[in-house]
Design a protein. Sequence first.
Lengths: 356, 171
Amino acid sequence: MTEENGVMSIDFLAGFTIFMLSFIWIATMVPGLFIGLNAHGIDYDAVAYRTGVILVEDPGAAGSLGVLRPRGIFSWEFQPDTRDVARFGLAISKDTPNILNDYKTDRFFCATAFAYPEDYRNRAFFTDHPYLFNISLKETDTNMVRSVGDLPPDNYGYIRRDVKLRQPSNATIDHLKIKAFGYTTTENVTFHRFSIVMNTTELLNDKLRNPAYQINPFTDRIIINITGLEQIRDPAFSASPYPNISAVDFYQHPHGQPSLTIPWYPSEDFLYEDGNTTPVRPPVDVHDGVSLIFGPGFFSTVLPNSDIYINLTFGMNGQEQPYLNNTQTLPFAYNYDPVNVTQPQLKDAVLEVAVW
Amino acid sequence: MVNEGGQLYTIEGVAAALLLLITAYFIVNSTSVYTPGDTHISDMQLEVLGADALAVMDTAPDSTVKKSPLRQIVEQEDSVLFNSIFLQTINARAGQRQDDIQYMANVTYVDPVDNTATSMHLANSSRPFTGTEHAVRVSRWVLVEKTFPGCAYTSCSGMHAALVEVLLWRD
């Protein structure tokens, strides 16, 4: 005989089974449901924060296959092949967070060196997720903005970092300095020699210096401006043709050894005339001023503990007359003396990272 | 004996289960859950900015300047200079519009004779701190050469550390 109680049990069992199966199915979907909530916003802010830290507090790194340049220069910004850059980082060193290197910054924002977004994604975000982003750097005093990336949408992860941007040192040798240092020799000759010396031992090892304020001739951009040359010409020869720079020579003087020529330097384009932006090569006429701009790494092949000599030879077109000459005095020293050299300046800047 | 009473219960059970599941699905999918972690993000952004601003102010512009702007400000109690540099630094953005972060800054120093810590107001932004703002605190130790008010000359002379504390908030 069939009892009615059994029907209830089977029905309950069927309903409960359907409920449990559905519940398990829904439960497996719960993590996916939460992804659609606020997780992306939180994630993007965290990614922006992490990228901000990498850029501002880390000096970056070259890959294991990177080229080891002479003088131990193994930084990412000196890698000729961009594939050898493992990690971006704009800080001067690990010990100087928030102080950015000018050359690293130039390279980072160079649109021809690195392609957006792939090159940046692999070296500043370290993820397979297809993040899009905008990284901007604004110098506060000039309002100059450099950026890489797209325009941000309405919602994005964001971080802002206040930083200092290191500007390279430079020396301006004007007519007042030339006269004060006695570089206008009274010697009347047809060729004059003017020398500039960089004592690498003094620059790098004289005492423990904060890397932010250090002048490193192997990695820094070195700028030397010689101005007011019109005013140091002898008035008796003012109608004569302009003098010319007939040669610029480089020597290294390792301590205790004879002088050597520098075996190799990366570019012949370092000489500029009268503020022009197009480089010139000797021999070239000199009017009022010349600039010598040596890019970062120009002197990287110089031996350690050597003095670097930059010798300029001025030709006077065969006429014996006085001009810029320090063979009778001392070479102009590119050093930490603020009278000689405008020391590296730290300028205020702000770096923003937006990720979406 | 078999009858049809059980079928009704089964259909009701299944319908109720589906109703519950669909309701739960819609609720979970449409609600924005504001977790404590979200508030922490904006706090973290302010903290990073404040710490950066103090670090930047505590960096001399070049090697010929021996004292950082922050050290000079603390030594001279120059609230006007602190206000202008700090506001410019912390509100600077890469775009055209400036941010609008408010602050209040104190300096705390210790008199080693009786080992008491004293706080001194340094500067604040145009909107004073009322205590109801959701503020974050950042600080930086600064080496100064200054005899603070109420401090015995012999105990506070020479180089010693002072703590610059800044409360930051957005309107």
